[in-house]
Ligand binder design. Structure first.
Ligand code: PLP
Length: 419
């Protein structure tokens, strides 16, 4: 390979097309008068944002649901933080490490709309939510409510507390295409008894992309004396909401998903009055019962990841939450609207825009999800993930801000031909 091809493959020649944060800010400022819904359709604008990403040319990545990898500007800053922490060594760890983490957690709290003393930085949603499930003072016979469409790691943690403390788990099944919010609220309500203590609900179901009516579920559960823990792995920095508006007791999310933070960062929100009720996963020194730092002892960890969260917030804020949400919803509808009525297509995601954003799940009659993912990859160079369980058979399709309508045209062509 000659030097130019090597550099091109390594992405080192692509910096010319990068906007960087200042360029991005200028671009956005020039168009700031346009509503997000209009800008959502502007391929030229989003094409420039695409230039900030180093994309593997081998396939079209429509599997951003696992990990929304970093734009170059955040990646470069992250690498700078790795170098800086390595340069300062123990001095960094013994001086500003904790102050920096606290200041960044406060920025995340501002994004989440909650108070800074109700939110901590964790390593991921799994740590956040399993700390709550495992940290409540369960008594034998207590009940918990959850759905079969919830994420496996949390369902496993509930199984563990069931074996350990005699908790009874009640599992509902959420329809892929609900008629109304009330249908879902009633479903959860029907599983509550006088012994129920905790209800877990996904803000967005990861296998279908369905957004659930969390506020209504919380209000219903609170009326029955039940606390609610929300799995927001896919919601934070994807579509707009504030945690207090949801009226939940606990909320967890992963920042390496929609905020595009380096792998291994998440948040846990605990409503102030509940902080004292949770046993930490890892014990912390003496603290006041309502001090959330009780729940935040994880030992020595990659602190440069914490620092890069601030860069990811800058990138996200510069694009603008409304613009990002509008683009992601536009991209999803761009392809689902074209295929939804094809007779061989099964869409496992509601059509109602208020129940979805970027993610949707599509199946094809008589084709197993694994086979569909295989043919999409081998014949059409589209990378997705097959889902086969919990009432969902299809491939999850997850674009990101760098995805073009041309990428999605390839998907639509594939789905039309595969019938
Ligand atoms: C709904 C949901 N909850 C929790 C998780 C776990 O996230 P993490 O592995 O970052 O802890 C995921 C991961 O995809 C998810 O989709």
């Amino acid at each position: 390979m000659d030097k130019r091809s090597f550099l091109k493959n390594a992405g080192l020649l692509s910096f010319g097309s990068m906007l960087g944060l200042d360029g991005l800010a200028k671009l956005v400022n020039n168009l700031s008068a346009l509503p997000g819904s209009v800008l959502a359709k502007d391929e030229d604008f989003w094409g420039k944002i695409r230039g900030d990403y180093l994309l593997k040319p081998d396939y079209i990545n429509l599997e951003n649901g696992y990990y929304c990898f970093l734009p170059q500007v955040t990646l470069e800053n992250f690498i700078r933080h790795v170098r800086e922490v390595n340069y300062q060594g123990s001095y960094y760890m013994r001086t500003v490490q904790f102050d920096n983490k606290k200041a960044i957690a406060a920025r995340l709290a501002a994004l989440a709309g909650c108070s800074a003393d109700e939110l901590i930085i964790t390593r991921n949603t799994t740590e956040s939510l399993d700390m709550i499930i495992g940290g409540l003072d369960w008594k034998p016979g207590d009940e918990a409510v959850m759905a079969e469409q919830d994420y496996g790691a949390m369902l496993e943690m509930f199984k563990q507390v069931s074996r350990r403390y005699g908790v009874v788990n009640k599992i509902v099944s959420v329809p892929n295409l609900p008629e109304s919010d009330e249908e879902i609220v009633n479903l959860y309500s029907s599983a509550i008894t006088e012994k129920t203590r905790l209800l877990m609900v996904c803000h967005m179901i990861n296998i279908t992309g369905q957004i659930l009516p969390v506020r209504k579920i919380c209000d219903m559960a609170h009326n029955r004396g039940v606390q609610v823990m929300v799995d927001g792995a896919h919601a934070f920095a994807h579509f707009r909401f504030s945690i207090p508006e949801l009226n939940c007791d606990y909320y967890g999310s992963s920042l390496h998903k929609w905020l595009s933070v380096p792998l291994g960062a998440g948040i846990l929100y605990v409503k102030k009055e509940n902080i004292g009720n949770i046993w930490p996963l890892i014990a912390e020194g003496e603290r006041k019962p309502d001090d959330i730092s009780r729940l935040n002892h994880i030992g020595t960890h990659p602190v440069h990841t914490d620092l890069a969260i601030a860069d990811a917030i800058d990138f996200y804020n510069t694009i603008g939450a409304e613009r990002k949400e509008a683009r992601l919803r536009f991209l999803q509808h761009y392809w689902t609207d074209k295929v939804r009525n094809m007779p061989h297509i099964i869409l496992n995601t509601p059509a109602d825009p208020s129940r979805t954003c970027a993610i949707a799940n599509v199946g094809i009659k008589d084709i197993k999800p694994g086979e569909l993912a295989d043919v999409l990859f081998k014949k059409y160079n589209i990378y997705t993930v097959p889902i086969d369980g919990a009432g969902v058979q299809g491939c999850r399709i997850t674009p990101n801000v760098y995805t073009t309508t041309a990428d999605l045209d390839v998907l639509v062509k594939a789905l039309s031909e595969l019938g």
